[in-house]
Design a protein around this ligand. Structure first.
Ligand SMILES: CC(C)(COP(=O)(O)OP(=O)(O)OC[C@H]1O[C@@H](n2cnc3c(N)ncnc32)[C@H](O)[C@@H]1OP(=O)(O)O)[C@@H](O)C(=O)NCCC(=O)NCCS
Length: 159
């Protein structure tokens, strides 16, 4: 989005249900090929069998076009993934998902939101930088393909 950020309501951000699993599988395959969460894994997460994990979706016009998977363990929250379908990018949907993620983490009394991102994932790095994340570490050869991970953190106790 250019001048006006999309609100969580306009972005249709809500907690995922089992009806969303097929759409989540497609988003995972499109955005994280080779590293996607499987339908079984997603079903367990959405159905509450992973007690620390929450799954959010963005469905601005009813159809699910984005998702975020978050785990919160005491004061540390981790953004496991965030993705928006290619056709729906640059409309503020990931920003709305991240805003909802931050609210959810603060409600759970988390103090820091951490994530890992591939060094070469420039769109994601630009997105996270704009959202206020700071680099705190680098992990060489972290990914199976030998890529370096950049560890980013957002302080949830300020702002
Ligand atoms: C990263 C990603 C989630 C961003 O989703 P999005 O809905 O397009 O993001 P937003 O529209 O909320 O973007 C907000 C801001 O982030 C920055 N940004 C987002 N995508 C960008 C890109 N491709 N290049 C540069 N800056 C970008 C811009 O500042 C943008 O604001 P603007 O559009 O007003 O310039 C999306 O590109 C994606 O799904 N990528 C594949 C999955 C992935 O890599 N996830 C992260 C894994 S760690």
């Amino acid at each position: 989005m250019s001048d006006v950020e999309m609100s969580g309501v306009a972005a249709g951000v809500r907690t995922a249900t089992l009806d969303d699993v097929d759409a989540l599988v497609q988003l995972e395959l499109e955005s994280f090929p080779g590293d996607e969460w499987t339908a079984d894994y997603l079903r367990l997460a959405v159905d509450g069998h992973m007690p620390t994990v929450r799954v959010l979706v963005a469905a601005p016009d009813g159809a699910v076009v984005g998702h975020a998977i978050i785990s919160v363990v005491y004061e540390i929250a981790e953004l496991q993934r965030i993705a928006v379908a290619e056709t729906a990018r640059r409309r503020g949907l990931a920003t709305a998902l991240l805003d909802a993620t931050v609210a959810l983490c603060r409600d759970a009394d988390a103090e820091r939101l951490l994530l890992e991102v591939r060094e070469q994932n420039q769109p994601a790095l630009a997105f996270y930088r704009r959202a206020g994340f700071a680099e705190i570490d680098r992990r060489d050869r972290y990914y199976r393909d030998g890529s370096t991970a950049i560890v980013l953190a957002l302080d949830l106790t300020v702002g």
